[in-house]
Design a protein around this ligand. Structure first.
Ligand code: ADP
Ligand code: MG
Length: 554
């Protein structure tokens, strides 16, 4: 299916013209539900490993293929306030746990549709929200009990979690390789202190280089700069590097020319100026660096040709115009200090690395900085035939890493493939009798809504979703809570045995995000623009207004 931005009128869900229309009561709720449904309809075919992809054509004419929920939502021109709220909720979900956006949208739409039916039965929105909250609480409590503990030593579990998150990504034969890179990168950046696990995703740097295939992607223990050395005569490999990190340019300042008064009368005078320049550069830049023992210079600005040549002669490696964010990352990793000018640089400011090396990748040159003492930084060099493939690979890699990081929040995992949703639905139905009154109807509606995930997973695999749901229901009623639908082999299976597992925290966040957006939308009973609201206020009758002259007299 393709989405052409220009032809998105169907997806441009707005309340007629939102600047003029005023909606009240049920009409508001209906309009909000319709907006959310439209987005859910669009996303639901992408859910799971058998989900379809979308081609997104941007206004610039550029296009790309994806089935990433957040990426699709970001590229839709959404006008309706409710739809915009949903997009924001999905983005928040992505920021929080990096995955599960499609599930949030599908669940939110399902909960709203069922709420709509309850509203028609004259249930007040507050009762529905209360019922949904009770059901959410049961789900969160029971899910924790159903979850299994994971550990960092169990590599199989870590790999399976990555594999489940990458199940719908088009990585072809490179999937195993990508999973290995993701797990290795993750294990490299984690830190354990006082029994707690700390991870900083900033310590993983992804560098994308078109060319070759995804299987040629590699993990470098250290940092990669997308730059080569400044001068061809400079050394390409330095062991035991002492690195100067400087943000200002390495060249003669204008003030020097103003101070040095030389009158040019002949060619020999020009040579004298050049000699003078060289002497200044050697004494103030190169000798200074040699004196404090620097053998690598990473500069955030330009390095003039004269300095490049002199540095090359002194066997100092230099790289010019390094991005400021890279320089900051380098300070963290090498333990060096970023200085504004060379004058301030001291030996204590130098960063350290076991090896700094220029590597040629196709026509490009990259700088590998390995064996940094401080941060546990790693870099992933992604390779693929085209930019588009690289972008999708980066999104996939991000999903895998984020799933592992989410796991460290709480080392527990639950069965995927709709198993946990079926389990929670059956448990909630069983516990509904503990509650009284109309809320029970909302609690049941929550349970029914959860079944949307296995239903859509089955539909997307071309299976008869009614049959699958019936079979799953009877299994879960017997307490077989690990059973879900395996979308590749199209069979009902024990998801733990099939290795389709997801972090507990991810599933918790999906339920919480869907509930948040649904309760926000159900509480809204009016949409109006400020201007039009005041226009509608009753205007004072003419006779009530005292004549201007009278009021003045008073
Ligand atoms: P989301 O944006 O919600 O993460 P995905 O398209 O990534 O959407 O699909 C995630 C869903 O796919 C999860 O419910 C997960 O359990 C399920 N899933 C992953 N792999 C399989 C599989 N092999 N069989 C069935 N379901 C799977
Ligand atoms: Mg996903």
């Amino acid at each position: 299916m393709s989405i052409f931005r220009e032809k998105l009128s169907f997806y441009r869900v707005y309340v007629e013209d939102p600047s003029r229309v005023r909606l009240r009561g049920m009409a508001t709720v209906r309009s909000n539900i319709m907006a959310v449904n439209t987005l859910a309809e669009l996303l639901k075919t992408t859910l799971g490993p058998r989900g379809m992809d979308k081609i997104v054509v941007e206004t610039s004419g550029e296009w790309f293929i994806t089935n990433d929920g957040t990426t699709i939502l970001r590229n839709i021109d959404v006008r309706h306030p409710a739809a915009q709220l949903l997009v924001k909720a999905a983005e928040a979900q992505d920021g929080e746990v990096g995955d599960g956006t499609t599930s949030v949208v599908i669940l939110a739409a399902e909960l709203l549709n069922r709420a709509d039916r309850l509203l028609q039965l004259k249930l007040h929105p507050n009762i529905i929200i209360k019922g949904y909250k009770h059901a959410l609480d049961i789900a969160l409590k029971r899910m924790r009990e159903l979850a299994k503990p994971a550990s960092l030593d169990n590599l199989e579990i870590l790999k399976k979690i990555c594999e489940t998150s990458l199940s719908n990504k088009t990585l072809g034969f490179a999937k195993k390789h990508m999973i290995k890179i993701a797990v290795d990168a993750f294990l490299h950046i984690i830190e354990q202190r006082e029994g707690k696990i700390y991870v900083d995703k900033e310590n993983i740097l992804v560098v994308k280089k078109p060319g070759k295939s995804l299987r040629e992607s590699l993990l470098v223990e250290g940092l990669i700069l997308d730059k080569g050395v400044a001068h061809p005569l400079m050394p390409k490999r330095i062991n035991d590097a002492k690195i100067a990190l400087i943000s200002s340019p390495l060249k003669i300042e204008k003030a020097w020319y103003q101070k040095t008064e030389i009158v040019v009368k002949s060619m020999t005078d020009i040579k004298q100026i050049l000699d003078e320049e060289n002497r200044f550069l050697r004494e103030n830049i190169v000798e200074k660096l040699l004196k404090i023992g620097a053998n690598v210079v990473l500069c955030g600005d330009a390095i003039c040709e004269g300095v490049q040549y002199l540095l090359a002669k002194a066997k100092i490696m230099a790289v010019k115009r390094v991005g400021i964010s890279d320089l900051w990352r380098l300070t963290k990793a090498t333990g060096g200090k970023l200085v504004a000018s060379l004058k301030e640089l001291t030996e204590a400011d130098l960063g350290k690395a076991q090896l700094v090396e220029e590597v040629k990748i196709g026509p490009d040159k990259l700088l590998f900085i390995k064996g940094c003492p401080r941060a546990k930084s790693v870099s992933i060099l992604l390779r693929a035939g085209s930019r588009r493939q690289l972008d999708e690979a980066e999104r996939a890699f991000n999903d895998a890493i984020m799933n592992l990081i989410t796991l460290t929040d709480e080392m527990k995992y639950v069965p995927g493939g709709g198993a946990i949703e079926m389990a929670l639905a059956s448990i909630i139905r069983r516990e509904v009798s503990n509650y009284q009154g109309k809320e029970q109807m909302a609690i049941m509606a929550f349970a029914d809504s959860l079944e949307a995930i296995p239903r859509i997973l089955a539909e997307n695999s071309g299976l008869d979703s009614v049959k699958i749901l019936m079979k799953l229901r009877s299994l879960h009623e017997k307490g077989e809570h690990h059973y879900g639908v395996e979308a590749i082999s199209k069979r009902i299976m024990d998801m733990f045995k099939a290795g389709i597992i997801e972090p507990l925290k991810l599933k918790e966040q999906i339920l919480k995000s869907a509930f948040e957006i649904v309760s926000t939308l159900l509480r809204i009973d009016e949409i109006f623009t400020g201007l039009e609201f005041f226009e509608e206020l009753p205007k004072p009758e003419e006779k009530d207004v005292p004549p201007a002259s009278e009021s003045k007299k008073k």
